[in-house]
Design a protein around this ligand. Structure first.
Ligand SMILES: Nc1ncnc2c1ncn2[C@@H]1O[C@H](COP(=O)(O)OP(=O)(O)OP(=O)(O)O)[C@@H](O)[C@H]1O
Length: 389
């Protein structure tokens, strides 16, 4: 556990970068520091490994005041990842990763073995080991940066905007990798970002700093989106926080309709009768393997000759589907909003249709989530997944 106990940093020019910060970072959790530019995030982070010294208060790691520890020794027990990886340009990837193990006196061969293990852990190929940083993409360099920080298996990892220099797709991939690694390694991570979506995706808790280095709120992502403490936090998390909060509610509790499903070999007459009986404007057509083909409207069925098979009619695209077991209400809502029929198709893990849900029915489910309820369970996969493409 890391604690900030009334920590203040005033730089010599008088700037107060961090002001009386009280914060607990639980062991094995990811705590994300967010805030506008200049709100003291980097300063707070760097005080943990004594790259910056506080001018007031104290920081402890597992009860030990960091000031009682020799900075170089302290830093070897704390992994540090920064923007653009900060790799040594004239050292190979393997040598970059082996930096701390070598400083700790590991033999060359042990450090090299460890470097190869870590390359695999962060999803890079063994042949990357001999390359130099400039021979890697930005995303690959960030992976090496993470591998280097993890090399000596430090219990604590400090990450200062580690993914902000890469494009959004690579960034999302790196975030997923970090979630995967953290599920395995359970490091105590302090992660700095400007990006509230990144914070919501990665954080077990989020600390929002306001200008002047004061803590505005610390809460779980769900709580922060549900109940911002004040106008500053509310504007920081964004006014679409209600929709984003749906990421924490799994779609598997949705009641899906199966009565609106028809198969491609049925006739327009049969389907039209069904649509009339149900009073439904749309039916979902699936193939023999129960994969979605598209929507057919009641009007189109009425207009079609009764004996025509449904697969000979022009169907309306079903847009993208959501996976019932892993996706969130947000993904289901997104699928319904983007669907020309106003309905989302929920599928099983194997892609077969489980059922459909209309925007209005989703509205009822979202309503029952309410403003104040805790999500049924923290569903990181759903929260991280967003819309299923
Ligand atoms: N060495 C320094 N000397 C004087 N002032 C500094 C120094 N380092 C940072 N500051 C100031 O302290 C404040 C906090 O800076 P810090 O870098 O911690 O903020 P930040 O939230 O990480 O910002 P950003 O998101 O832009 O990286 C800013 O006003 C900054 O200008």
């Amino acid at each position: 556990m890391i604690t900030f106990e009334g920590v203040t940093k005033q730089y010599p020019d008088g700037t107060v970068a961090v002001d009386d910060l009280h914060l607990t970072v639980p062991t094995g959790n990811t705590t994300v520091l967010v805030g506008s530019s200049g709100s003291g995030k980097t300063t707070a982070l760097r005080m943990i490994n004594r790259m910056v010294e506080p001018t007031g208060g104290r920081i402890t790691i597992d009860g030990q005041d960091v000031r009682g520890q020799d900075p170089p020794v302290l830093r070897r027990s704390i992994g540090y990842v920064i923007q653009q990886a900060g790799l040594f340009p004239h050292r190979t990837v393997a040598d970059n990763i082996a930096t701390v193990p070598r400083l700790l006196g590991w033999s060359k061969s042990r450090a090299r073995t460890r470097a190869h293990e870590l390359l695999e852990l962060v999803g890079l190929e063994p042949e990357h080991a001999r390359r130099y940083p400039h021979q890697l993409s930005g995303g690959q360099q960030q992976r090496v940066g993470v591998a280097r920080a993890l090399a000596a298996d430090p219990p604590v990892l400090l990450m200062d905007e580690p993914f902000s220099a890469v494009d959004p797709v690579v960034r999302a991939g790196l975030q997923d990798e970090l979630l995967r690694l953290q599920a395995e390694l359970h490091k105590t991570i302090v992660f700095v970002t400007h990006d509230i979506d990144e914070a919501v995706k990665l954080g077990d808790s989020i600390a929002v700093l306001r200008p002047g280095g004061r803590l505005a709120q610390v809460a779980t992502p769900e709580r922060l989106l549900a109940e911002p403490a004040d106008d500053f936090v509310e504007s920081f998390v964004g006014y679409d926080r209600g929709v984003r909060r749906l990421s924490f509610f799994p779609a598997r509790h949705l009641r899906l309709r199966t009565d609106v499903i028809v198969t491609a070999d049925q006739t327009a007459g049969e389907a039209g009768a069904l649509a009339r009986r149900l009073g439904e404007p749309w039916l979902l057509v699936v193939d023999a393997g129960r994969r979605p083909l598209g929507w057919v409207s009641a009007d189109a069925l009425d207009a079609a000759e009764g004996r025509r098979r449904l697969d000979s009619l022009e169907l309306v695209g079903y847009g993208h589907v959501f996976t019932v077991s892993t996706d969130s209400l947000r993904a289901a809502l997104d699928a319904a909003v983007l669907s020309p029929a106003g309905r989302a198709v929920g599928v099983a893990d194997d892609g077969t249709v489980r059922g459909a849900v209309a925007q209005t029915e989703l509205g009822a489910a979202i309503w029952s989530v309410g403003g104040d309820d805790e999500p049924p369970a923290r569903d990181r996969a759903a929260a991280a997944g967003g819309a299923h493409e």
